[in-house]
Design a protein around this ligand. Sequence first.
Ligand SMILES: [Zn+2]
Length: 156
Amino acid sequence: MVIKLERDVAAYGGIVSVAQLLALKHWRQNIDLAVHYGTLVRVRKGWVASPEVPKPILMAWRIGGTLACASAVQYHLGMDIAEPLHVLVPSNATGFRRPHDHRARLAEGDAVIHWAGTPEGGRDLVVPLGEALRQAARCRGPGASRGIPSRAGDTL
Ligand SMILES: [Zn+2]
């Protein structure tokens, strides 16, 4: 049963809503047990993930969206990902959480929020590199310039 649970979480890309798992006929008790034993990680209310999902992606999802902008560029280039994270959220998103604590509301300076143009935006786990570079070039948030590779002699 646990193996099937892990397989189904992986099939959703590593982060899945509890509602989706219940729809696949998993028992809530088994999901809670998997979280208790560390087979799954609780990301935020109603969401669980595989512990193998990279931490910055989990943190962005905990905040309420997708790793974006400078943070996504750093992720794609294999760089250390600086905080505050830049996160793309759906246009109707609410209830943002702190990146390290799903029980606490997002505080000033915890993240740079980028709003998607639609409710469907911000549903991937990481914004693709090309889009992330465009976001970073326009972003005025702290650390945005770290997402723009600079050539020698360029001044930012
Ligand atoms: Zn940004």
